[in-house]
Each structure stands twice: as C-alpha cells, then as structure tokens.
Design a binder for this molecule. Structure first.
Ligand code: ZN
Length: 310
C-alpha cells in the first residue's frame, strides 16, 4: 500500500492525497522526495522528513546567520523619525521595505513583538532602530541566546518554551519549514495576548506557477519546505484553532518566474541569477506580471493576517 493512503492532509484532515516527487534544486543536490497534494484543499506536504534534513541547510547561502548589521545613532534617529511619519501618514514616501505588512498591523511602539524563525535577528533590529522597544526573536538554529540591547532579545528556543506572551507574533517564511502546522499555529495562539495579532508569510499552493510547472516551481523547495498550505486549507486549520483570518495579502515577486525558469533549464538556483536568463526589460515585465498575479489571487506567496479575539 502506498504510504500516502495511511496519511491525512495536515490542513483539512482529508485522506485523499495525490502523490508526487520533488527534487533538491537550489544547490543541485538532487534526490527524490515524496510529497502529497491534498485532493480536497490542495495543500502540499512532504510525506516524510529526511533524517538528514540539516544537511540541506548546511550551505551558507541558505540561512541568514550572517553577523547582525547595526545602525549608528544618527541613522537610528533618522529611522525613528521616518517610522513615526510612516505610521502617522501611511505615505509611500516614508515606507520601509517591510512597510506593506507593518502598516496593516500598526503595533504600538511598546508592543511585545516576537519573530519566530528570526535567523540573525536583522528584521527585529530594524524595528528596534525604528523605535520599537520590546522585541524577541526565536530560532532553535541560532548559536546561543543573546541580548543585542535592552530592547532586543534573541532566544535559542522554540516560542512554545518561552514564558512571555505577545501582542504580535510574526513568521517570515519560517512556517513552511515546520513539520506540524497545527502545533505551530496552536503555539502561536497560546502565546498571544487576547486581541493579539499573528502574521504568517508563506508560499501558497494557490500559485498559478505551481499548477503550471509542478515540481519545477522554485518555492516547492524540496526537501526544506515541509508544508505549503492553500489559502483554503490554512483558513480551515487556523479557524479550528480559534483564530480570525482578517486578511490574505498576496505579495509574490518576479522570483517565482525566473527561479522556476532556472530549474526548467536545468540550473541550480545558486549557480545563476535572474539577469543570466532575463534582460532588464523582461524582468520589469515579470515584476508587473507578479503584481497582476497578486491582484488575481494566484501569486505564489501571501501574508496571512490573523487575530485572537479579546
Ligand atoms: Zn487538505
């Protein structure tokens, strides 16, 4: 009996799973990894996590554990003024690169904020430099706990083991690396204060590029991506836990097209860059195509904005 028949979808519980195979393409390591696509909600899951999964993260290009880059005092003052102006006016002129999701959340400067899967903590550092005062990064893969300053702590542990509860929890392209979405979402729910917000940024199986190119899709990223929800499957699971799904914002980029094109031509992602396969004009056109896909709800990644009711 194929192993899939014994399993159920981690998002909707359906036992109707369609098997397919993925291969490691970012570094050209190859291999065949058994995945399943849910017939019912269309979410994707890796059937069995390889025992040597860490080997697929060992390339230095993959994980951002480069040293944290800190800002000078004048630069921090500039960033704080700019963030204040941005949050007050919501003007594009003051928008930081992460502004499009931050302005929807608009946390208080004293809010307790967690970043799960924070890597070296650079994003939290940018928030610190912009005036936020109670920031906590969680990543079991960091070397050790560290206190960057009195406003920013990095914890070598999963958030489940923390004693702190938060007003905002964020996961930026970390969710898809976790094996059990129910446990992950439940841990976030338990660690949120009533009225708290959860932001999850992840690839989604609603992507037109996935339906078109299947296992060549660059964000399948076998075997590192253990789960890739559909919007429907994610909504079903998050509501079962007690979350409200406030908004789904598609934020895919031209990467979905040029990365997938590299795989189609038989290159590993780390061998080539976008400009090796596309002209500047073509890349501008692909940026526009990504925007259109996002508006049509068929881009390959989203921001899920969730809340825990008071
Ligand atoms: Zn499903």
């Amino acid at each position: 009996m194929p192993i899939n028949l014994l399993k159920v979808c981690k998002f909707c519980g359906s036992s109707g799973l369609i098997p397919f195979q993925g291969s490691e393409r970012m570094f050209g390591m190859g291999g065949r990894f058994a995945y399943s696509e849910c017939e019912s909600c269309k979410s994707i899951q890796l059937d069995e996590v390889p025992a040597d999964l860490a080997a697929y993260y060992s390339h230095s290009e993959y994980y951002s554990f480069l040293p944290l880059v800190q800002s000078s005092f004048p630069r921090r003052v500039y960033k704080q003024v700019r963030m204040n102006l941005f949050l007050r006016t919501k003007s594009k002129a003051f928008e930081p690169i992460y502004g499009y999701w931050l302005k929807k959340l608009s946390p208080d400067f004293h809010a307790k904020i967690a970043d799960v899967g924070c890597g070296n903590g650079q994003l939290l550092y940018e928030l610190y430099a912009s005036g936020y005062t109670d920031l906590h990064g969680f990543d079991p893969f960091m070397e050790k706990d560290s206190e960057i300053n009195s406003n920013l702590h990095l914890w070598k542990q999963p958030i489940e083991e923390s004693e702190i509860s938060f007003d905002l929890i964020m996961m930026h392209h970390a969710f898809e690396h976790m094996e059990n979405p129910l446990e992950t979402l439940q841990a976030c729910f338990d660690k949120l204060n009533p009225g708290g917000k959860l932001l999850i940024r992840t690839p989604v199986a609603d992507a037109a590029i996935w339906q078109e190119k299947r296992e060549l899709w660059v964000q399948l990223d076998a075997p590192r991506h253990l789960i890739i929800p559909s919007v429907y499957g994610f909504e079903k699971l998050s509501k079962a836990i007690g979350f409200e799904l406030d908004e789904v914002l598609f934020d895919s980029t031209a990467f979905q097209f040029w990365g997938t094109e590299l795989y189609e031509r038989g290159f590993a992602l780390h061998q080539k860059s976008a400009t090796d396969v596309f002209s500047k004009e073509e890349l501008v056109a692909l940026d526009k195509k990504a925007l259109r896909y996002n508006q049509e709800g068929k881009g390959d990644q989203v921001c899920f904005f969730l809340s825990k009711s008071v």
